[in-house]
Write a protein of this length. Structure first.
Length: 447
């Protein structure tokens, strides 16, 4: 078998390799946020710990011993090339410094050794039931998407969407070769968003290829391709939001930033996250192995309720994006929030209380109630923060940034939980058949 095709079938390696990379990128991003700036030595130590942890999990749950850790580290190092270029370029655009000849092989060596050492520390693999690695890989992709939404929220909150004036280049540099030393202020937020988006895009593509190689359900394979198309569209929308047209020019005269595309980009990102949650649900062992749906008299009502809540949430996302970008529509946003809250409480309480025989539904119902409560609190805090701290022609206050970003991210989480509840409602519940009316023999004879 072709080695690449064999690689695509290794759900365990893909999950741990991409999972380790996502963990490293999250640590690196948080450690470099302008208000934080963790010392380089501390940040390097944390990144090494991520590699050790990834290798440990490989040794613990894969059957390859230290080699599983080695492969995990090498895959993570390959994916990290997306960001390593920012350390390998000089003052001139796209000029690689000579030390790249040491940095690149050194990165592979260090990553492989650390992850292999982590696997060796794990000892013998744990004897447990078979792990559904495809589902775990889909969850890694969903988690990466969730963090990307968080990063995008910070871009909007800091009003940094146009901090980098061109696309797909960055100030004339290849996006993957823009120097880390120049990623300051708003440029850091916007450029890091682009880089993390590339990681999410690559993860989505590999997940789709993995599904084509391993999943027997044709509709799941095609859904994976839909995810790829959507993430590509999302990336193009994000770029055209900056330039307005396909151009490599860095001159403002050749670009026309689009606030409409910014709104569409924000909404589509949250819908894409909900779709990745759906992929994690569809590939889970619970979904595949679940028994046929049981008939319940309340099935149709709960199916309709979760669909209505999903539609209302998407509408609310649009209104929220409009409010965030052009500061219009506050009253209608609050009005629809009241409708969403009512629907979420009803759907959550019903799922929590009506189906004790279906453990998945009470868990999701309770989660929905908790998330909607958190979202209401954050919405009120965001409203208060923007009203009290917003000063014209001044950078956003830290309180404003925190609460508005948290409110946006929780909105994405609310949509994801609702979509999961809707899918499981359709998977586990069946409409109860209408009892046939019985007629007397005389009536039958008359008919």
């Amino acid at each position: 078998m072709n080695p690449f095709l064999k690689f695509l079938e290794r759900g365990d390696l893909l999950t741990l390799g991409f999972g380790t990379t996502v963990a490293m990128w999250v640590v690196g991003y948080v450690g470099r946020i302008p208000p934080v700036i963790v010392p380089s030595a501390v940040l390097l130590l944390l990144l090494c710990l991520c590699l050790l942890a990834g290798g440990y999990l490989a040794g613990r749950y894969m059957s390859l011993g230290w080699r599983g850790g080695l492969y995990t580290g090498l895959l993570a190092s390959t994916l990290n090339l997306l960001i390593l270029g920012s350390l390998l370029t000089g003052d001139e655009p796209n000029r690689i410094v000579p030390s790249a000849l040491i940095w690149i092989p050194g990165s592979y060596l260090v990553s492989g050794v650390l992850a292999a050492a982590g696997a060796a520390l794990a000892g013998s693999p744990v004897r447990i039931q078979p792990i559904h690695w495809t589902s775990l890989f889909a969850r890694v992709a969903a988690l990466a998407t969730f963090f990307l939404i968080f990063i995008g929220g910070l871009v909007t909150s800091h009003e940094a969407g146009l901090a980098v004036v061109d696309w797909p280049n960055s100030f004339g540099y290849n996006m993957f070769l823009y120097p880390l030393s120049r990623m300051t202020g708003g440029i850091y937020y916007e450029h890091a968003h682009r880089l993390f988006g590339s990681l999410v895009g690559l993860t989505t593509v590999v997940l789709a290829l993995h599904l084509w190689r391993t999943d027997v359900r044709r509709w799941v394979k095609w859904l994976g391709l839909v995810c790829v198309v959507l993430v590509v569209i999302q990336g193009v929308l994000g770029g055209l939001r900056v330039t307005g047209t396909f151009t490599l020019s860095v001159s403002p005269e050749d670009t026309s930033p689009s606030i409409q595309l910014a709104i569409l980009h924000g909404v589509l990102g949250q819908i894409f996250f909900a779709l990745m949650i759906a992929m994690a649900v569809f590939t889970s062992a619970s979904w595949i192995q679940a028994y046929p749906p049981k008939p319940y008299p309340s099935t149709n009502a709960d199916r309709s309720l979760t669909i209505a809540l999903t539609i209302a949430l998407i509408l609310q996302l649009v209104l929220g994006a409009i409010l965030r970008h052009i500061a219009h529509g506050l009253l209608i946003h609050i009005s629809v929030a009241a409708v969403v809250t009512a629907l979420a409480i009803i759907a959550g309480v019903r799922a929590w209380g009506l189906y004790p025989e279906e453990p998945m539904l009470p868990r999701l119902g309770l989660t929905l109630l908790k998330v909607i409560a958190l979202q209401l609190i954050l919405g009120l805090c965001a409203l208060a923060a923007t009203g009290m701290t917003q000063i014209p022609d001044q950078p956003p206050h830290a309180t404003d940034v925190i609460f508005t970003t948290a409110h946006q991210v929780t909105g994405a989480l609310l949509l994801a939980v609702t979509v999961a509840l809707m899918l499981w409602t359709w998977r586990l519940l069946a409409p109860q058949a209408e009892p046939r009316s019985q007629s007397s023999p005389g009536e039958a004879h008359v008919r």
